[in-house]
Design a protein around this ligand. Structure first.
Ligand code: G
Ligand code: G
Ligand code: MN
Ligand code: NA
Length: 253
């Protein structure tokens, strides 16, 4: 389709940018990090959702270049925030399975960390359960190489796939990102069995959970009472551009 051709040129035309969504410690009510999310402002169609163009980029083999650009922008931004003393903690970057499994990926991450003088603890790579379901041995090897240099992973949209408990336990996973749909479905007196089961399991495995899509105080309180460590969602902030994110950081200091 025409969209793929446009996407190919989107980067050099300056139509792509990142937005940042704060992540909150629900117990101490403080900022713990952010997630970088890609946006495409198409000259005629307006905003095109990554839910639409990421799969297209994967299909057309454009995801390597696109993902690489996202990663570099995120590193550049992190460096800038550190230099300017903005209350920056950590940045999560969504990584497509194709990108993670690409042979040069680990070296590229190492080069970027070096170039922007970033401690690996500032970066978190978000992968989905699908990655672990596809080629687990290849994924495990890539994750281990990256973890050797200090990179940790979060599992995005957790609960929508089928992660083996054995792998959750043995892979370098720093957080489970509980998928929005489970948070959305929670109602008082029934916190939702997936939410409850995920929290119990994660505590046994010693992996913190960050709930996504927290939109109201009811969800916030229910999650906190159940011992959910962290959260992200419109209640705190939607994904925002740099100046707004910095204002959020200042307010959270
Ligand atoms: O931000 P939004 O809710 O519109 O994102 C929709 C989907 O696109 C989410 O699943 C999100 O993980 C994905 N996405 C957003 N930015 C990126 C990115 O930079 N790389 C990849 N691979 N996926 C992204
Ligand atoms: O799949 P992933 O978790 O990477 O996608 C995150 C997406 O969820 C972002 O595109 C963001 O715009 C969206 N999002 C973030 N917080 C909320 C929320 O509270 N409610 C809803 N409906 N979407 C959210
Ligand atoms: Mn994500
Ligand atoms: Na998610």
């Amino acid at each position: 389709v025409a969209l793929a051709g446009d996407l190919e040129k989107a980067r050099e035309r300056g139509e792509l940018f990142l937005v940042f969504q704060p992540q909150i410690n629900l117990i101490e009510d403080c900022l713990v990090g952010c997630e970088a999310l890609l946006r495409w402002h198409h000259p005629e169609r307006g905003m095109v959702s990554p839910g639409q163009f990421i799969p297209l980029a994967e299909e057309r083999g454009l995801i390597y270049e696109l993902g690489d650009w996202v990663l570099e922008q995120a590193c550049k931004q992190a460096r800038q925030w550190l230099d300017r003393g903005v209350g920056f903690r950590q940045i999560g970057v969504n990584v497509s399975s194709l990108q993670l499994l690409e042979p040069g990926f680990c070296q590229r991450v190492a080069d970027l960390l070096h170039q922007y003088k970033l401690d690996p603890g500032y970066l978190e790579l978000e992968i989905t359960e699908t990655v672990l379901m596809q080629d687990i041995s290849l994924a495990e090897r890539a994750m281990r190489s990256l973890n050797c240099m200090g990179i940790c992973f979060s599992i995005d949209d957790f609960g929508t796939g089928y992660s083996s408990l054995r792998y959750l336990h043995r892979l370098p996973i720093s957080r489970l990102k509980l998928a929005q749909e489970f948070v959305r479905d929670m109602v008082p007196d029934d916190e939702g069995v997936v939410v409850a089961a995920t929290l119990q399991m994660s505590h046994k495995l010693n992996i913190p959970v960050i709930a996504e899509g927290i939109e109201n105080l009811t969800h916030f309180q229910m999650l906190r009472e159940q011992g959910c460590d962290q959260g992200q969602g419109y209640l705190f902030s939607k994904p925002v551009m740099v100046p707004e994110f910095e204002a959020f950081c200042r307010a959270a200091e």
